[in-house]
Design a protein around this ligand. Structure first.
Ligand code: SF4
Length: 223
């Protein structure tokens, strides 16, 4: 049985707010705000196609398209940056015969408050790892680079591989179920809407009233 392809970026959207993901993927809605614009500008700078260079023995590639078409994943997307570090235990990536350790770098504009990374960002990088390892082989590392503090943070992807792998597969299943049924997930209880670009479209404060009308309508139908 073939499964629908899912973009790596949409995993982060789904984890941030499943309702927002549904509006974007199923309802095709979109709204820009300062947060989105900032992130887009940053990605534009990072996504200069086919740019690469060597620094301190490393090779750095930006905007690398990756995918994994294994049934359990069927993912694709673009990584901000992959660094190739010379390593005899690494994998060959071209015909030169040289071996490299691969390091994925995801760029984010701001570091979160009181923690080193957000779980949704980590899962986005883990999904990239699944694709990078599928395309190039090996066991890549994952980092997030925060532009505001000019700092990179290593993510514990290898240490917790089984845990994140199970979580990713469950997420993909949930997302595919919604896509198949055309279902926009309900707003999560306690959803943090700070900085969401979709507030005007979503109107989360009005949702309980809408739900009440739905409930009354359903009760009338039963009567
Ligand atoms: S406003 Fe809140 S509930 Fe609505 S899409 Fe944004 S984060 Fe989700």
């Amino acid at each position: 049985m073939s499964t629908e392809e899912i973009t790596i970026r949409s995993i982060q959207h789904y984890l941030y707010c499943p309702h927002r993901w549904g509006l974007l993927e199923i309802d095709r809605a979109w709204a820009e705000n300062i947060f989105v614009t900032k992130a887009n500008l940053m990605h534009e700078r990072v996504h200069e196609p086919e740019q690469y260079y060597s620094a301190k023995g490393k090779k750095v590639y930006t905007s690398v398209p990756v995918y994994c078409d294994q049934e359990a994943y069927n993912l694709y997307g673009i990584t901000d940056c992959i660094e190739l570090i010379p390593d005899q235990q690494g994998v060959p990536v071209d015909k030169s015969g040289k071996r490299y350790r691969l390091r994925i770098i995801e760029y984010k504009p701001t570091i979160p408050k009181e923690r080193l990374y957000r779980e949704d960002d980590l899962m986005q990088v883990f999904a990239q790892k699944i694709c990078v390892d599928f395309v190039f082989g090996g066991d890549s590392e994952g980092y997030i680079y925060y532009a505001d503090v000019r700092k990179r943070i290593r993510l514990p992807l290898r240490e917790n591989y089984d845990l994140y792998d199970e979580k990713l597969k469950t997420l993909l299943q949930e997302m595919r179920n919604c896509l198949k049924k055309g279902l926009i997930p309900e707003i999560r209880r306690g959803q943090n809407c700070n900085g969401c670009s979709m507030k005007d479209l979503c109107m989360p404060t009005l949702k309980p009233i809408t739900n009440l009308h739905d409930r009354i309508r359903k009760l009338e139908e039963v009567d």
